[in-house]
Design a protein around this ligand. Structure first.
Ligand SMILES: Cc1cc2nc3c(=O)[nH]c(=O)nc-3n(C[C@H](O)[C@H](O)[C@H](O)COP(=O)(O)OP(=O)(O)OC[C@H]3O[C@@H](n4cnc5c(N)ncnc54)[C@H](O)[C@@H]3O)c2cc1C
Length: 401
């Protein structure tokens, strides 16, 4: 089986790439090891994801935005506070001259939309469930071996292999690319609840002594939460019954939204910062979490990964698959966006984790500057909306063809 592009991993990033490549009329295979409908599918689960403006533009250019936005909640305001400190900061969509700062959608909804769109792409083979178990890298092509659910094995040959197989990427290791992992010692507890007062399209980010706590506006007046807690305390918190869990979450967040009730199922995600040492190897490229895994504090990991996808599509459209310039252009272009966001999210987690007096004072000054110094909020908003730096075509909303 010969392909132009084989995508290893059909999660949020791999599926988006398979769809984004459609206008280039290439022969593409996407290999995913877990069936989409499986309750344990690691990418399209019950988490809510905040989609940035660059992501919105990209899905508009790929003609799937109308389906996504129909099930999404717009965020028109972000409210940031520091537990135990007076005051707060905020960013407003109206002040930034946009209709929304971002949109919240559940990963499951995104998965269904992408899957339905993928079913209509000519020249695309979705091979699922099957796991890529080994790869051989040559100057003209890469051969990957697949293990299918019934134990059958087969080989595919491709001109370009894209590793979109997540933070623990085995393809990255097969290509001989090292990775630096930093364990935050935190677990993100994710679920949803009913607040007494409606969020009214506002997302709340509260830095607590345990870790950052995020409340996102979702459908039916509910709030999605991402509560980052110390890993040493996580098992105890996850084992609490609904009332005890709500009481602890309420104590961390306060009563700005009145009383919390009706909490749903909770799931925990261990938090790691991971950064690949290189983004490319022989006829191989890394995208999404295989290239960088971020702390969810600023809700940027997926949006960043989609800009990898958009940049890769630009490079393939401009240089083709056989020019080594294509890979070096991709790596050079992605470097600054990735380093900036890794530095930003990591810095934010560390800054708000510290209890030292000088660090707390710097934090207070930072929050003040954020509100008072002209231009700081707009600069921050441009970054969170994914509009900073040189953007590839799809991230600007320009279709590939
Ligand atoms: C709690 C939490 C909240 C988050 N919130 C946000 C947010 O609001 N906004 C945002 O932008 N980002 C957010 N993120 C980050 C976002 O979820 C990730 O960036 C995104 O899931 C990465 O997608 P991916 O496709 O690269 O990797 P994954 O989701 O890990 O998908 C990898 C896929 O590859 C498959 N696979 C693995 N190995 C193989 C193999 N050998 N062969 C075939 N298939 C294979 C897996 O089954 C999986 O489906 C959050 C993350 C967490 C943990």
């Amino acid at each position: 089986m010969n392909y132009d592009v084989v995508i290893a991993g059909g999660g949020m990033i791999g599926s988006s790439l398979a769809l984004a490549l459609a206008p280039l009329s290439l022969r593409v295979a996407m290999v995913e090891s877990v069936p989409r409908a499986a309750p344990l599918q690691p990418s399209f689960d019950d988490r809510s994801t905040a989609l940035s403006r660059s992501t919105q533009r990209m899905y508009e250019a790929m003609h799937v935005w109308d389906d996504i936005v129909a099930a999404a909640t717009p965020v028109r305001r972000i409210h940031v506070s520091d537990q135990g400190r007076f005051g707060f900061s905020h960013i407003d969509a109206a002040e930034q001259g946009v209709e929304a700062l971002g949109y919240i959608v559940t990963n499951r909804v995104l998965g269904v939309t992408l899957q339905e769109a993928l079913d209509t792409v000519p020249g695309l083979d979705v091979i699922c469930p099957a796991r890529i178990s080994s790869a051989r890298f040559g100057p003209h092509d890469v051969t990957v071996n697949l293990q299918e659910a019934d134990g059958a094995q087969r080989a595919l040959t491709t001109r370009l292999l894209v590793a979109a197989d997540g933070a623990r990427s085995s393809l990255r290791a097969m290509a001989g690319i090292g990775v630096k992992h930093t364990d935050y010692g935190q677990l993100a507890i994710v679920g949803n609840l009913l607040p007494e007062k409606a969020l009214e399209n506002c997302a709340y980010e509260r830095f607590t002594s345990q870790g950052p706590l995020v409340l996102l506006p979702v459908t039916d007046g509910r709030a999605g939460f991402v509560w980052n807690v110390a890993a040493t305390d996580a098992e105890r918190i996850l084992a609490l019954d609904d009332n005890a869990f709500l009481a602890e979450l309420q104590a961390a967040f306060g009563y700005r939204l009145g009383e919390f009730s009706r909490v749903g199922t909770r799931a925990g995600y261990p938090l790691l910062l991971s950064k690949a040492m290189r983004l490319t190897a022989t006829r191989t490229v890394l995208v999404g979490n295989a290239a960088h895994g971020l702390h969810p504090v600023a809700a940027q990991g997926f949006n960043l990964g989609l800009r990898d996808v958009a940049t890769l599509c630009d490079c393939i459209a401009d240089y083709g698959l056989d020019d080594s310039e294509m890979l070096s252009r991709y790596a050079a272009w992605r470097k600054s966006d990735q380093s900036r966001l890794v530095g930003f999210t990591d810095g934010l987690v560390r800054l708000f984790a510290s209890n030292s007096r000088p660090v707390r004072a710097t934090r207070d000054l930072g929050m003040l500057a954020f509100d008072l110094v002209p231009g700081v909020r707009s600069l921050f908003a441009r970054h969170t909306m994914g509009l900073a730096g040189r953007l590839p075509r799809l991230s600007r909303g320009v279709p590939l063809a």
